[in-house]
Design a protein around this ligand. Structure first.
Ligand SMILES: Cc1ncc(C[n+]2csc(CCOP(=O)(O)OP(=O)(O)O)c2C)c(N)n1
Ligand SMILES: [Mg+2]
Length: 361
């Protein structure tokens, strides 16, 4: 592959220009499945809008990074995965969590620090986890999830499974040493890991052009003889098409890859961001490529969705988000004993080791 071309001739582009034939992975979607993908993006958007409100009401504390504007990346890429595929990401993880099928209730409760949250209220926004759904978090150290992604892929190969790992990272993580060590091992050992760079053009308040040499970012794969591609991350169909190709190669040949999904975040880096590093005009201009609006337009053009149906989906997503906020509000705090659980994989092992330490004193 190794191409810098973002347009794909076989894909209907979001603005309708060059709408040729859909790639097979998109052509075989039923109308219901397309609507479901739209619904997933809308649910993420409304969930996060509610979480912003709750944060402002001081019901949520700590860090909270929203995914607003990037929804097509998580929804599109995760939608092509199979039962043996795994996902790991950074701290901007709400979109991935909902896309893997986690409920709004368990996610909102986690934001509120409540016991009913997916990490029992002990992880917060940056540490959503759902091992049963092959979702391994939610990590706060920039680039820290990239060796873990290689490890997940290593385990799959070692255990003889046909799955792969999608490991997401931001444009600000591409210069971390751990990422390059991971790329080296992924290529050297042929690990089925696909690194998805979610290039939203900012790393906190630093633009990508001020922090990274070389363009596009995905081209760094060439140093490791890995496949790479650059994708319009606001175009759900394109995300699905390119991810499906990479997943197929990973399944068949254990081939690692880097996919750079070019997108944009419409909100600040986190809840306290005065956004002095970019202009309001820039943000407004980028909103012209809002992935939800683009996909809605595509579905309307295809005759799959009309205004009334889109409005109903929107209202349902708002109601679900509101209900999850009520659920979180009414949920209990974690009990004090929870401070000492979930520290190591096996708490019994931890207790034994603490006992042993005590004996030595
Ligand atoms: C190792 C490390 N260095 C610095 C930070 C502080 N920090 C938190 S988020 C962030 C920006 C990362 O940007 P990017 O990778 O583009 O992800 P985005 O926030 O855009 O999703 C930084 C520098 C950190 N968490 N970990
Ligand atoms: Mg970024």
């Amino acid at each position: 592959m190794s191409s810098t071309a973002t347009a794909n001739e076989s894909t209907a582009s979001a603005d309708g220009v060059g709408a040729v034939a859909l790639a097979p992975v998109n052509a075989r979607l039923s109308a219901e499945e397309k609507i479901e993908l739209f619904r997933q993006m809308v649910r993420i958007r409304r969930f996060e809008e509610f979480s912003i409100r709750a944060y402002q009401q001081r019901k949520i504390g700590g860090f909270c990074h929203t995914y607003i504007g990037q929804e097509a990346v998580a929804v599109g890429s995760i939608s092509v995965l199979g039962a043996d595929d795994h996902i790991i990401t950074a701290y901007r993880d709400h979109g991935h969590a909902l896309a893997v099928g986690m409920t709004m209730n368990e996610c909102m409760a986690e934001l509120y620090g409540k016991y009913t949250g997916c990490s029992k209220g002990k992880g917060g926004s940056m540490h959503f986890f759902a091992p049963k759904r092959n979702f391994w978090g939610g990590h706060g150290i920039v680039g820290g999830q990239t060796p873990l992604g290689a490890g997940l892929a290593f385990a799959l190969k070692y255990l003889g499974k046909s799955g792969c790992c999608l490991c997401y990272l931001g444009d600000g993580a591409v210069n971390q040493g751990a990422f390059h060590e991971s790329l080296n091992l992924a290529a050297l050992w042929k690990l089925p890991v696909i690194y998805i760079i979610e290039n939203n053009y900012y790393s906190m308040g630093t633009s990508q052009t001020r922090s990274s040499a070389g363009s596009p970012l995905a081209k760094r794969a060439e140093a490791y003889d890995m496949e790479w591609d650059v994708i319009n991350g606001n175009d759900l169909y394109e995300v699905r098409e390119k991810t499906e190709q990479a997943v197929r190669r990973a399944h068949e040949d254990h081939a690692p890859a880097i996919l750079e999904m070019q997108t944009y975040r419409f909100r600040g880096h986190s809840m306290s961001d005065p956004e002095k590093y970019r202009t309001k005009d820039e943000v407004e201009e980028r909103k012209q490529n809002d992935p939800i609006i683009l996909f809605r337009r595509t579905l309307e053009e295809e005759g799959v969705l009309d205004e009334e149906a889109a409005e109903t989906i929107d209202q349902e997503a708002r109601a679900e988000a509101k209900a999850s906020a009520d659920f979180a509000d009414q949920s209990p705090e974690p009990p004090a004993e929870e401070l000492f659980t979930d520290i190591y994989k096996d708490d019994a092992q931890l207790r034994a080791s603490l006992e042993a330490q005590k004996q030595k004193l």
